[in-house]
Design a protein around this ligand. Sequence first.
Ligand SMILES: *Cc1c(COP(=O)(O)O)cnc(C)c1O
Length: 397
Amino acid sequence: MTEIFTGSFTQQEPIPEAGIDAALEVMRHGRLHRYNTIPGEVSQAAHLEQEFAAQTGARYALAVASGGYAMATALRAVGVGPGDRVLSNAFTLAPVPGAIASVGATPVFVGVTEALTIDLDDLAAKADRARVLLLSHMRGHICDMDRLMEICTAAGITVIEDCAHTMGAAWGGVPSGRHGVIGCYSMQTYKHVNSGEGGFLITDDADLAARAIMLSGSYMLYERHLAAPPPEAFETVKYVTPNISGRMDNLRAALLRPQIADLPQQVARWNARYREIEAGLRDTPGLRLIDRPEAEQFVGSSIQFLLLDWSEAAIADVLARCAARGVELKWFGGAEPVAFTSRYDSWRYAPSEPMPASDRVLRGIIDMRVPLTFSLEDCALIARIIRAEVGAVWQAL
Ligand SMILES: *Cc1c(COP(=O)(O)O)cnc(C)c1O
């Protein structure tokens, strides 16, 4: 009997009841704007920021409209502007180079290794080309952060972390987003908490926090933030920082607060699913799993493997066979951008040099989402299907 998987790769869990109740309350009183409060009231958005700051150990947190907005705000706050260059990953998703382009800057792409992390040798070689690195922990793979910070500190490079896939993750016990000067997160439906759209920015730097809050559209109401620096930090910043509105609202904040509280348990559930799939794929001929380093505490909300040096036709065959059995795999190597996958050379607004070693890796990356609506049995079944179809194509090669 040929097994078929019938679940959905895009179906997330429902919003926790506590979030739904809190959202209904916000709708009933009608004060959705974060600064629309009555005397003595603290907004849902302000509470949310305080809770996320506490969870990550950051001094300051700002909730905003999207992860892309958080990254653009971080770039502006550290002073990146038109004509500047920003180092960033060649292997990432479109919002990352997009955030760089949105401030008029140009990405300088850094290669990807077979561990699917940023190539630190390539970074060291390009360290003199920009003074800011927008580091994307793409698909939740965290590079050797100690070595990365050494390279960047020595070269005077400011590090901004894109933690869209590492909310709840850590390196060496330090939460992802706490190594660089600013950490950015996304609360978009397909990430680790879900408010449809949304973003966070965290930092310990009072000046950067004040700039980010002003940029996000706080008017002169920044004192209503709980996870913000003291009013003194705004004294000069408030006159020189443009308002580029991208605020979080109370409705989405209400949906998010219980999800932030639940994050550690959700991470454990994701990783149980990840490990189940990984175990089912281990030692499949022709398929290479990605080793997860000791120091990395990851969130297995997606899984990747490499079909390294396989032909395009063979990879397409595996994808089609798996799709026919209900297993949706994505390929990052395609020359044309498809759905959420795209390649550094498909962002034609950003010039790039050829990177043959990275291209070889990109051509082999297969990606699969692991929503929490999958059971462990689903994960075992999915692994059996992939194993069988990769095996069938591999044998025929
Ligand atoms: C989703 C995502 C972001 C942020 O995206 P938004 O949709 O703007 O919240 C940033 N980086 C990566 C790698 C992402 O996948």
